[in-house]
Design a protein around this ligand. Structure first.
Ligand code: CTP
Ligand code: MG
Length: 166
């Protein structure tokens, strides 16, 4: 999951500039995605996730670290892109529910990246899911994700990178 965990904090660090929805509103008069989803954040985040995955591949090839999951160029790209597509899909639904940018939406804010990464993986590389995501691993992911999310966001808030500690 490393390539899926890296994009969000990196997007928060380097995001900004033109929003993906170009400031446009949806039919309900609210923003399509909002100012929290930008092209720069998306590009930096996905590239950083792929770089983290490439490091995993390099480590397992160089040192024979077979305990690492079997990552491929496709799997790391899908995990990184899926994480931020899930984040965007969440923001789209969040705006439709009338929640403003940055407002907390528990559960969705924490699991959007997992849902996005898994859905994209099931579409484009289902074999990877069945080979790597066993039930115990899924349980660890479901427990670890909100804890990591909370910890990283508190660090982001304390260091001034994020406006909210969630
Ligand atoms: N970010 C970005 N581009 C993205 C994703 C995130 O620029 N595709 C940056 C934005 O600066 C955003 C920050 O990362 O404010 C934190 O991301 P997130 O918490 O997902 O966004 P929110 O601002 O909380 O917006 P939303 O309510 O839509 O989730
Ligand atoms: Mg947020």
């Amino acid at each position: 999951m490393v390539p899926a965990y890296v994009p969000n904090p990196v997007a928060a660090l380097c995001g900004g500039g033109t929003p993906i929805d170009f400031h446009r509103n949806y039919t309900d008069g609210r923003r399509i995605l909002g100012d929290g989803k930008t092209y720069r954040g998306l590009a930096c985040g996905v590239l950083a996730g792929i770089a983290a995955g490439a490091l995993q591949i390099w480590l397992s090839d160089t040192y024979g670290w077979i305990f690492l999951p079997q990552q491929t160029a496709a799997s790391i790209t899908i995990l990184a892109l899926g994480a931020l597509l899930g984040d965007m899909a969440k923001s789209f639904i969040k705006r439709r529910l009338g929640k403003d940018r940055g407002q907390a939406w528990p559960i969705a804010d924490q699991y959007d990246l997992v849902a996005g990464a898994f859905v994209l993986m099931l579409i484009f590389d289902p074999g990877w899911v069945f080979a790597n995501i066993t039930l115990p691993i899924l349980i660890v992911i479901l427990i670890l994700t909100p804890l990591l999310h909370r910890a990283v966001n508190i660090i982001g808030y304390a260091s001034g990178v994020k406006k909210e500690p969630w």
